[in-house]
Design a binder for this molecule. Structure first.
Ligand code: ATP
Length: 362
């Protein structure tokens, strides 16, 4: 069972600590994606699993074996890089089989393994070509082929699709997913693209400043973000945030913000939010939760700046409650810049965060 455990691992470069103590358990066969903004420590964490960086403290285990101080070649991980790292003077077949040749594998066994990888990755017609005679997507498949023939316990991917155009990225996303289904190998995959993370992962680990903000399956992350950072990072267009105050009243609790925005809190949430009356809070509303839902909903005023008809729906982009606000409305909604639109808020889907800590109130 190729489980990966990171136990209180840290990494410092000189005086700068980029990973404070970090714990992460990756189950055998799990597809885990590390995602977060540039510089948050995703690649460093991946490289500590690979052995390309040594943890400053803490323990890395693969298959329950302490590999913290083991060199990369002895960890049985295969890493696929963003820049493919292919040898330009070798053919596709030689590139795929190179690692096996270095380890002294017989020519017959190399040939079988290379043909097998080529079949899985649809590379059979290209085995005699050199990398410069291939497209970007084909090159990336060769890099993956080289990882496959090693039959690793763990695949490590470092932004493998960043150099591909948008259409190819989507195709390769599906290919890597289906490869994982067939090979059933543990995968740790790094990207800064939250859509890539959400579409590929069994579990997404959202990192920020070397820390894990939240680790959960994509739907849980989307529906139950633990804090403002995760709420803002996951979802496109991004969640809307309006800062204001929770106030009590005869009719129960409501949220009040600038510009006459007042949103009644649904009965089911009154008890949970009651302890936070008077506190500065931030309401979070996803753009898609601004559509009439067949029930009476509070309305807020959106000062429209831009209208973006996207086909299946239209985005109204502007400001509400003193903050930028995007509403996703029906496809043929008539609206123009400088209009004021009344937008329903689906309060059952609304999130509330403490302004001071950024933590969700739930
Ligand atoms: P990106 O998405 O931009 O690749 P990342 O999340 O993968 O970012 P890392 O590459 O892990 O981030 O870098 C984390 C932090 O560690 C950054 O602030 C980076 O500058 C720093 N860092 C990484 N490698 C080194 C190094 N060899 N020496 C000094 N600082 C480093």
């Amino acid at each position: 069972m190729a489980r990966v455990s990171l136990e209180r691992i840290t990494k410092s470069f000189g005086d700068v600590t980029v990973i404070p103590p970090l714990d992460l358990e990756i189950a055998s066969r799990e597809f885990v994606v590390l995602v977060g903004p540039s510089g948050c420590g995703k690649t460093t964490t991946l490289r500590m699993i690979a052995g390309l960086e040594t943890a400053s403290s803490g323990v890395v285990r693969i298959r329950d074996r302490d590999v913290t101080n083991l060199r990369p070649g002895l960890r049985n991980c295969s890493m696929v890089f963003q820049n493919y790292a292919l040898y330009p003077h070798m053919t596709v077949a030689e590139n795929i089989g190179y690692g096996m040749k270095v380890r002294g594998t017989s020519a017959g066994d190399i040939d079988t393994a290379v043909k097998n990888a080529a079949r899985i990755l649809n590379l059979d017609p290209y085995l005699a070509r050199r990398p410069k005679q291939l497209s970007g997507g084909q090159r990336q498949r060769v890099a993956i082929g080289r990882a496959i023939v090693r039959n690793p316990d763990v695949f490590l991917f470092d932004e493998p699709l960043s150099n591909l155009d948008a259409k190819l990225r989507i195709e390769m996303r599906t290919e890597i997913k289906s490869l994982h289904r067939r090979l059933q190998t543990t995968v740790v995959y790094v990207t800064h693209d939250q859509v890539e993370a959400m579409t590929m992962a069994d579990r997404v680990v959202v990192m920020n400043g070397g820390r894990i903000e939240q680790a959960a399956d994509p739907i849980t992350l989307y529906e139950k973000p633990r804090n403002l950072f995760v709420a803002a990072f996951i979802g496109a267009p991004s969640m809307n945030f309006i800062e204001g105050e929770l106030i009590g009243g005869q009719g129960g609790l409501s949220f009040r913000a600038e510009g006459g925005v007042e949103i009644a809190i649904p009965a089911a949430r009154q008890a949970i939010y009651g302890a936070h009356v008077g506190a500065r809070v931030v309401v979070g509303i996803r753009p898609e939760h601004t559509v009439a839902a067949g029930k009476p909903l509070p309305m807020i005023e959106l000062k429209v700046r831009d209208v973006e008809p996207l086909g299946p729906h239209t985005l109204l982009i502007g400001t509400a409650g003193g903050a930028p606000f995007t509403a996703q409305v029906a496809a043929h909604t008539k609206a123009a810049a400088d209009d004021t639109a009344l937008v329903p808020i689906d309060t059952d889907k609304m999130h509330l965060f403490r302004k001071d800590s950024g933590e969700v109130i739930a």
